[in-house]
Each structure stands twice: as C-alpha cells, then as structure tokens.
Design a protein around this ligand. Structure first.
Ligand SMILES: N[C@@H](CCC(=O)N[C@@H](CS)C(=O)NCC(=O)O)C(=O)O
Length: 213
C-alpha cells in the first residue's frame, strides 16, 4: 500500500514526508501549491474543503490536519517507535504537545503569515501581525520551558514530536519579524539534532541550502 501525500515545499506536508521516511512507509508525492490563484488537485480539495496542505490518502481513507495525520501514521506503524505507547506518561505529553503545536504555535504563525484572515479591515492587519509575533514568542517559550534539560522533547526517547518541532522552526522568518530560534535554546538544541537525521537531510535539502528560501 502506497500513501499519497499532497505536497508543496515550505508547508507542513514536509514534516509528514519526514515521518513517512522515518516509518519507511511507501509514499507518492502529489504536487500541489498554497498559491490560491493556482489550481490544486481536485481530490485534495474534496478531502479538505479549506484547501490547505497537508492531505494524505491511503487505500481505505483520506484525512487532513498535520497533527492528526502524525498521530494516525505513527499509530498505524507503531513498530517504528515514533510514538510513546498508550499507557505511558509520555503518551499524554506527546498528544498534548502535538495539539499545542497545532492550535497555538501554528495559530501564531498564521496571524503573521495571513493577517487578513484575522482582521476585519486592512488597517487592523498590522495589529494582528504584531500580536502574532508576540504570540510566537509566548508559545515557543512554553515549549522551551517544557523541554528543559530533556534529551528530546518528551524525555529520553526520540519521537514524532521532535520532527514536528523541527518543521515548525523552519517556518521562523527574520524578514517577518519572527523571533530567532536562538531565543529558545532548548528548542534549538533539539532542532539541531533532528536536522542530522538522514530523513530530514533528504526532505529539507532546499531549506538547508537556504533557510529563508
Ligand atoms: N491546521 C492545519 C493548517 C494547515 C495549513 O495552514 N496549511 C498551510 C500550509 S502549511 C496551507 O495550506 N496554506 C494555504 C492557505 O492557508 O491558503 C494543519 O495543521 O494541517
């Protein structure tokens, strides 16, 4: 069975691709875009009426929402050990962190990337954007404090949360006024280790060559 991953560079579909690589699950990339002026694959929009990436399809289903896809794939391929087992304390923190990434950190990014979606008028967009920058600082600080001196985000064991964390750090853009990842030394320490993984080296080649690409 081959997964179909609707895909565009710079998006959360890159993180899902790293997870598929780590799981050694066969997949096929379906070219897509975040440019709303360009057509997107009909099936992608049928699965996700919001029009966002990532979307994933498999032999018996399809879904969207990057954190949910992460949880689904890691449970489906549990032998790879990318998710803590069900009855461990780490399992709770794993779910908590993925959902926090999705609803708080990603939301802060959205305020800065798409201020028009959070403001009634053009004049209010700058305010939405600057609040988003402040929110990025607040939410990354929560994650940095949570990690503390842990080896990986959840403790001793590498997990899909570390990949997700790395992906989100690649969205930080100096030119948008985002905080620098170095403001969050524990996050940076983990992102640097994730970067060394062959899966990440393969998927993030362009970003590695030019982080603001
Ligand atoms: N909560 C969704 C957000 C998805 C999202 O915002 N995707 C971006 C790319 S990372 C996108 O498709 N943006 C295009 C748009 O919003 O028009 C998720 O985590 O999957």
């Amino acid at each position: 069975m081959t997964y179909k991953l609707y895909y565009a560079k710079k998006t959360a579909s890159m993180g899902i691709r790293v997870i598929l690589e780590e799981l050694q699950a066969p997949y096929q990339l379906i070219d897509s875009t975040v440019d709303r002026s360009l057509p997107r694959p009909a099936k992608q929009v049928a699965v996700n009426p919001n029009g966002w990436l990532p979307v994933i399809e498999w032999d018996s289903g399809a879904m969207y929402e990057a954190a949910a896809i992460t949880i689904f794939l890691c449970d489906r391929h549990s032998e790879a050990g990318l998710a803590p087992k069900f009855d461990t304390p780490e399992r709770g923190i794993y779910l908590q962190t993925l959902v926090y990434f999705s609803n708080s950190v990603q939301n802060a990014f959205q305020l800065t990337y798409y201020p028009d979606r959070f403001a009634d008028t053009k004049e209010h967009e700058a305010s939405a954007q600057s609040r988003g920058i402040r929110r990025l600082r607040e939410t990354w600080q929560v994650i940095d404090d949570q990690i503390g001196s842990n080896h990986w985000t959840l403790g001793e064991q590498f997990s899909a949360v570390d990949i997700y964390l790395f992906m989100l750090t690649t969205w930080l853009r100096q030119y948008l006024g985002h905080p620098d990842v170095n403001e969050f030394p524990n996050v940076k320490r983990i992102a640097d280790k994730v970067l060394l993984r062959p899966s990440v080296q393969a998927v993030y080649q362009s970003w590695i060559a030019n982080p603001e690409y």
